[in-house]
Design a protein around this ligand. Structure first.
Ligand SMILES: Cc1cn([C@H]2C[C@H](O)[C@@H](COP(=O)(O)OP(=O)(O)O[C@H]3O[C@H](C)C(=O)[C@H](O)[C@H]3O)O2)c(=O)[nH]c1=O
Length: 182
């Protein structure tokens, strides 16, 4: 397993070892001991899965407020996504900065999103299934979002008119978002 830090402190790309043979492949998609040896120790307690039927579906940008903030470990089971994280830690030198990565069923890359980040993705293929682990339970009362196309962020999404949930159409901009991350 390989861990590569991203430019936003705490965010990392995780690449598992893939054992290919004439039948296909096998991989340990998650191994707590190996992750801990690589300095990635989290107590994940919930697995999530979403299916997006069409390319151009955009889910995000989501986060949960403290004390229910979530670390997320995201991977793609089928299809491909442009996965994006936004630093919303007010004291961070990279506050308001974002990074996007391509996760696919073929590159098998995983994105580790620490607490204090908003997260979202845009699907690049039909029938895209995303799996992710979180270390805090879902908390609707602490569920918040930031507008996907907030002009102040200048996010370079691979789609201009995404398919959004009603909820995701109505999030505030970062400047007006409720934040409680140091
Ligand atoms: C997140 C979550 C949602 N739900 C229910 C609430 C709604 O009735 C339904 C769909 O929820 P939502 O529209 O928030 O799902 P997504 O738009 O895919 O959002 C998710 O995907 C983006 C990219 C994220 O990063 C978030 O973790 C997560 O919010 O599932 C649950 O029952 N448990 C949960 O943990």
């Amino acid at each position: 397993m390989k861990v590569t830090p991203l430019k936003l402190d705490g965010a990392r790309i995780i690449e598992p070892i893939v054992h290919g043979d004439h039948r296909g492949f096998f991989m340990e998609s998650y191994n707590e001991q190996v992750m801990e040896q690589l300095g990635v120790k989290y107590d994940f307690i919930q697995d999530n899965q979403s299916l997006s039927a069409e390319p151009g579906v955009l889910r995000g940008l989501h986060y949960q407020l403290n004390p229910k903030a979530q670390t997320k470990l995201i991977r793609v089971l089928t299809g491909a996504i442009y996965d994006l994280i936004l630093d919303i830690r007010k004291s961070s030198p990279t506050f308001g900065q974002w990074v996007g990565v391509i996760l696919t069923e073929y590159n098998k890359r995983q994105l580790l999103v620490p607490k204090g980040f908003a997260h979202g993705f845009c699907t690049l293929t039909p029938n895209t299934q995303v799996l992710y682990k979180v270390d805090e339970y879902y908390s609707p009362e602490n569920d918040r979002g930031i507008l996907w196309n907030d002009p102040a962020l200048g996010i370079d999404w691979p789609v201009s008119e995404p398919l959004l949930s009603d909820k995701d159409r109505k999030h505030p901009t970062l400047a007006n978002a409720e934040l409680n991350f140091d």
